[in-house]
Unconditional design. Structure first.
Length: 428
């Protein structure tokens, strides 16, 4: 559809949420004013995450044991990790990347080491939850020499050193400079293999995050009215997520033609009767994420919209059925594309059809290895978690995406959120 000009004020029927409607109809009204209009309804929501149990010290210690077993199997003497989800995963340290290096060094035996600037040590220790050797460097010192000193002390400097995928090049180059004979390798066989398999405690946190997202969806959808823009709908979703106890990660709402593009359009589209509304939202609870997409039509759906929605719903079930223990991740994507091609979509990733992968890994990060994508040979195992989102997109018209996540059990996949029943009941 063609974007409305800023001067246009869409008409809509006033309801008991007249203030929300007025906010949507006024192009220059700020998001903050829009949310203030929603405050009476938001006040009825309460935190539902009180029972969520954070990852404890025992589980984090077990992760280090598993990592060290994997290091032995891969012949790696030590693994270097920069701040981010992997550092939190293994050590609990919540820190940020900057030009001043903070690193976790996990040796194949014994306690890990945290290398950090001298003046940052007290702050870094605040979130450290495992036994560790903390070594500091001064502003006029090279932090990689401190790392090299630790490796020499542990007699690991001559063994292969694994770098976690997010370690920056200047850290790699600095390590090669201070240990010119070192063999530097990928730490994927350790870090990726550890994080890919979720424990019951991790899965429980992901379930809570999903529960928050679904509750926020139910609150938000009931308040979507004619004239609203995608950002305004997303702002309501974000506010509801916060009120329910989640930390919002993303609250995307695509209206009309914008839904034909998986991550949206810069054009401003407003809700009107007969238009598709596609939402893709997720939050974090105790460091673990949700990712749920829902699509519906504002007002009455056309026969074409209903058909496409039903095809996507079936595609999601095809992926779920193909996700068997021992199957390759790529075979799940292949199964969906074979089905879609029988309907005339594609072939492959071409449009109209499914232009992106069928799903991705999820956990502490919204996107984690591995993906349901053509050619991915990793085999599915219990504890892996994935999104299942085989959308269909027709540029210039609209798109439909239904996304639910599942975790693999010994008996096969199990949903975090049950897929919706129909386009008329997009939240079940």
């Amino acid at each position: 559809m063609t974007a409305l000009t800023p001067a246009f004020t869409p008409a809509f029927t006033p309801s008991r949420r007249t203030l929300l409607g007025l906010a949507a109809a006024t192009p220059l009204l700020s998001t903050s004013a829009f949310l203030r209009a929603a405050e009476p309804d938001l006040s009825a929501l309460s935190d539902i995450t009180g029972g969520a149990k954070p990852i404890d010290a025992a589980e984090r210690a077990a992760r280090l044991v598993r990592a060290q077993l994997l290091m032995k199997a891969a012949g790696i003497g030590a693994v270097l990790i920069e701040p981010g989800s992997s550092m939190i995963y293994f050590t609990g340290v919540r820190w940020h990347t900057s030009e001043r290096l903070t690193l976790a060094v996990i040796p194949v035996e014994g306690t890990p080491c945290i290398v950090t600037p001298f003046f940052e040590e007290p702050s870094v220790r605040e979130t450290l939850t495992v036994s560790a050797d903390v070594r500091v460097w001064q502003e006029d010192e090279d932090p990689l020499r401190v790392v090299a000193g630790f490796l020499r002390d542990r007699k690991l400097a001559a063994r292969p050193i694994g770098l976690e995928a997010d370690v920056r090049y200047f850290a790699y180059a600095g390590l090669a400079r201070v240990l010119p004979g070192a063999k530097i390798v990928s730490a994927d066989p350790v870090v990726r293999a550890s994080r890919m398999i979720k424990t019951p405690a991790e899965i429980a946190l992901m379930q809570t995050a999903t529960d928050v997202t679904l509750a926020a969806y139910r609150w938000t959808k009931a308040r979507v009215e004619t004239g609203m823009t995608g950002p305004q709908i997303g702002a309501l979703m974000t506010a509801a997520t916060k009120a329910l106890g989640g930390a919002p990660e993303f609250s995307m709402a695509l209206v009309g033609e914008a839904a034909a593009y998986p991550h949206g359009s810069r054009e401003i589209h407003r809700v009107a009767d007969g238009q598709v509304v596609l939402m893709d939202c997720g939050c974090t609870v105790q460091g673990y994420q949700s990712d749920v997409s829902r699509t519906w039509v504002h007002g009455a759906a056309t026969a074409d919209q209903r058909k496409t929605w039903d095809q996507v719903a079936r595609g999601q079930q095809v992926a779920f059925a193909a996700a068997k223990i021992g199957a390759t991740a790529g075979s799940v994507d292949d199964a969906v594309r074979r089905y879609y091609e029988t309907l005339g979509y594609g072939p492959g990733y071409t449009l109209p059809g499914l232009s992106h992968r069928t799903g991705h890994g999820i956990g502490m990060d919204g996107h984690e290895p591995v993906n349901f994508v053509r050619g991915e040979t990793t085999r599915l195992a219990a504890g892996m978690c994935f999104s299942d989102e085989p959308g269909l997109y027709a540029p210039g018209k609209y798109g439909v995406r239904i996304e639910d996540c599942f975790h693999m059990t010994d008996a096969g996949p199990a949903w975090f959120s049950e897929p919706p029943r129909s386009i008329d009941a997009p939240l079940g």
